[in-house]
Design a binder for this molecule. Structure first.
Ligand code: NDP
Length: 457
């Protein structure tokens, strides 16, 4: 009988890998995990968690401004980037410690090194050099921010990886891209006081989101001092004595102290030995897997961003958990990808779940739209102009709520709760029967009575 050192060897200690390792070990499997950087992966170390901390920091500005209308007089305000980054780093170190301890307590063997595949059952650890054999291997190496290597001067730009460790808050910053990361970081930089420009290649940011959400942010972000440059990309980045100059299509130039690229992320598969092990990949380097997260090689599985299915932390966690339960817990199940809620932590925030209006129109013969745009109560006294958006997309036949889209304070929190009802198949009548919680913004979700009709003409 072939001898294996481990039942399961996990490469990558991010959200998906750690969950799979811990659950597999709790089911009695002999598990090892290798991580070349820090435990916790993108989400904990240089993604969701530190990002949200910076978002909180950036929103104090609003509170200070709004306070005046409520009678407060504030003293001198000063923001210190170094304090924020040091406190953020301490919190991330604390979380990383918890991740490691949890693995340890679960009985998982930890290797703090890069690991490379050498065959369907063989993993080579780089430092110390060692080869181990595992019955099953899970690749959970996540993704990596894209920068166009052909772009002249690309070496001068940063990505979200570096943005978390800047020595100082740039006075002028340009963020390239129009997706989650670009919009979130533009909000962070602007809220903290940097002169911020967002440059996007299309006419309207957040492609793929509901059109009303996109329109709403195109209106609200400039109100917060974010300059949005559309239909342009960088053709060359130049370093000058005064900072950086980004040359753009059409001949313009934009000056800044930092230029951050947030133009998507690619699966982290380079140099992993996947070819040697015979694992099939898509053209963008993503590992191809089936519903059970199994690759074309029977003993090798992959979960999370490296598979380029839905690049969200909770999805990777589910995929890792399902795999461990299925292989070692005698409880087979697969991740379901319907009604995944998500938030863009811009300011104002976006929360969304289910179909956009356009998707629903394509999938259903007839749909009804309910929407409200209003000034949140706090804005009445503070004088803030910002409008909130609430939108429900409903199937005309049967009344099922297909989509819920919110822009405004706590949009993510509200959408998480709406997602439960929608996952259960709630109809507009169910929403209407639900008693409103007054006064709140969320009550709009259960009090919208009038179907929206497009303006004539
Ligand atoms: P996204 O895919 O969300 O956005 C990429 C953006 O870059 C799009 O606007 C895209 O334009 C643009 N783009 C792509 N290629 C180029 C190019 N060559 N030149 C110029 N612009 C380009 O990626 P992100 O990097 O923002 O985030 C990666 C993923 O991480 C997200 O999709 C999301 O799944 C996840 N994430 C989730 C967060 C959350 O839940 N809050 C937060 C951060 C990340 P176009 O639309 O025209 O293609």
């Amino acid at each position: 009988m072939t001898h294996f050192d481990y039942d399961l060897f996990v490469i990558g200690a991010g959200s998906g890998g750690v969950r799979a390792a811990r659950i597999a070990a709790s089911h009695g499997a002999k598990v090892a995990i290798a991580e070349e950087y820090r435990f916790g992966g993108t989400c904990v170390i240089r993604g969701c968690v530190p990002k949200k901390l910076l978002v909180y920091a950036s929103r104090f500005q609003d509170e200070f401004e709004d306070a005046a209308g409520f009678g407060w007089t504030l003293g001198e305000r000063r923001f210190d980037w170094a304090t924020l980054i040091a406190n953020k780093d301490a919190e991330i170190a604390r979380l990383e410690g918890i991740y490691k301890r949890n693995l340890d307590r679960a009985g998982v063997t930890i290797f703090e090194t890069r690991a490379v595949l050498e065959g369907p059952h063989i993993v080579r650890l780089v430092k110390p050099h060692k080869t181990v054999r595992a019955k099953t291997i899970l690749v959970a190496t996540g993704g990596w921010p894209n920068v166009d290597p052909e772009l002249e001067g690309a070496e001068h730009v940063i990505t979200s990886n570096e943005a978390f460790h800047l020595k100082a808050l740039p006075k002028r910053v340009i963020v390239a891209g129009g997706g989650y990361i670009a919009v979130e970081f533009a909000g962070i930089f602007a809220g903290l006081g940097a002169e911020t420009t967002l440059i996007y290649r299309g006419p309207k940011i957040l492609r793929g989101f509901d059109e009303d959400v996109r329109d709403s942010l195109m209106e609200e972000l400039p109100r917060r001092g974010i300059r949005i440059v559309t239909d342009k990309v960088f053709t060359r980045i130049e370093k000058t004595a005064g900072g950086l100059v980004g040359h753009v299509t059409g001949g313009g130039r934009l000056e800044a102290d930092e230029i951050m690229f947030a133009i998507g992320r690619s699966p982290n598969t380079t140099g992993l030995g996947l070819e040697a092990a015979g694992v099939e990949m898509a053209r963008n380097g993503a590992i191809k897997v089936d519903a059970q997260s199994r690759t074309n090689v029977e003993s090798i599985y992959a979960v999370g961003d490296v598979t380029d299915r839905v690049a969200l932390t909770p999805v990777a966690i589910r995929e890792g958990h399902a795999l461990a339960d299925t292989l070692y817990g005698g409880k087979p199940w697969v991740t379901e990808y319907e009604m995944i809620p998500s938030a863009v932590f811009s300011t104002p925030e976006v929360g969304t779940v289910g179909m956009t209006e356009a998707e629903a129109r394509a999938a259903h013969a007839e749909i009804d739209i309910y929407k409200a745009r209003f000034r949140p109560m706090k804005g009445t006294i503070s004088g803030r102009e910002e409008r909130m958006l609430m939108k429900l997309v409903v199937a005309a036949k049967g009344g099922r709520v297909l989509g819920c889209h919110i822009v405004g304070p706590d949009a993510g929190e509200m959408v998480q709760m709406a997602a439960i009802a929608m996952r259960m198949g709630a109809t507009k009548a169910d929403f209407d029967r639900t008693m409103a919680l007054h006064p709140s913004a969320a009550e709009e979700l259960v009090t919208m009575r009038e179907k929206w009709t497009p303006p004539k003409g």
